[in-house]
Ligand binder design. Structure first.
Ligand SMILES: [Zn+2]
Length: 318
């Protein structure tokens, strides 16, 4: 069955730069394009600019982003306000929310932040899995750093929130996460992270972190990446099938710790290796069917699919 989806994280912009395909033409390469997103009833997605580690990355990324979104063949609609979610649907287009994966390229006076907001930036992580002048990320395969948000990072978070930019904590290390929770004035999201108690990787959330996001009325997007879903396959070099039961175990765990209002979708499509039984956004109906057959109501799946993320945007955008 089809449920409307707002996908909290896709890396399609980056994938299109190095794959032999276009967004408007159907393809089996990668995970998302116009046709596959329509098949999966994806109404909008956060299209990440990655990396956003330097000023040059951000400027080049914005240029690429506008080339993608402004190409009429792509039937994309740049979402800058809550009403735009409806406007995109009414014009039969897929909504594109501009997201920075990391903020390292923003200058210490925040000029690039203000300009990016004017250009439509509505969601941002403070760091990717690296260390920058604002925050420290959960590092890959390395000893984790103890450092949290810097003073500049705290100021960046508050300034961005005041402007109406949603803060994403998915890539932060634990001390940075807790600093963000302590100072945030608004709900926050973890756009593409799963449960650490099920799959123990630093990019996933501890039970305490899940509860803290819930207490701030935020949401957590389920990451479809194999290494974030399955402890057994967290080092996998090639894809394998993974029962949908494993996807559901993460959602179940978050719902049991908090409630149905905390779960969302943030696939990481086009940016991570996904289980071989999922081909991309066209497989959302298969995913939702499994949940419908296993204890979730249509109302629950509307919340999981798009309502919870939309609520957080309503609470964080001006
Ligand atoms: Zn990511």
């Amino acid at each position: 069955m089809n449920f409307k989806v707002i996908d909290g994280h896709i890396d399609t912009l980056i994938a299109l730069n190095h794959q032999e395909r276009t967004f408007s033409q159907g393809s089996n390469t990668g995970h998302c394009d116009l046709q596959r997103m329509k098949e999966g009833s994806v109404s909008a997605a956060l299209f990440a600019i990655f990396p956003a580690m330097t000023k040059k990355h951000i400027i080049n990324g914005l240029d690429e982003w506008f080339k993608l979104v402004n190409n009429p063949e792509n039937h994309l609609y740049h979402i800058k306000s809550i009403e735009d979610f409806k406007n995109a649907e009414n014009s039969n287009k897929i909504g594109a929310v501009l997201h920075f994966e990391g903020a390292g390229g923003i200058d210490k006076d925040f000029a690039l932040l203000r300009l990016s907001y004017q250009l439509g930036l509505r969601s941002m992580g403070l760091s990717w899995s690296n260390v920058n002048k604002f925050a420290t990320g959960a590092l890959f395969d390395q000893k984790q750093e103890d450092r949290g948000l810097t003073e500049k990072g705290k100021k960046l978070l508050i300034t961005a929130q005041k402007m109406g930019i949603t803060i994403d904590v998915s890539h932060l290390n634990d001390p940075s996460f807790w600093d963000a929770i302590e100072i945030t004035n608004k709900p926050i999201i973890a756009t593409h992270s799963n449960c650490r108690s099920i799959c123990n990787v630093p990019r996933n959330l501890t039970d305490k972190q899940i509860i803290a996001i819930h207490e701030k009325h935020g949401a957590i997007g389920l990451n479809f990446g194999l290494r974030f879903l399955s402890e057994e396959h967290k080092q996998a070099k090639s894809s394998v099938e993974l029962p949908l039961e494993v996807f559901k175990s993460h959602i179940d765990h978050i719902v049991n710790l908090t409630d149905i209002n905390t779960v969302a979708i943030g696939t990481d499509f086009d940016g991570t290796m996904i289980p071989s039984n999922i081909s991309g956004s066209n497989d959302f109906p298969k995913f939702f069917d499994y949940f419908l057959e296993n204890g979730y109501s249509e109302q629950d799946l509307k919340k999981l699919g798009h309502e919870n993320l939309l609520r957080v945007f309503k609470d964080t955008w001006i």
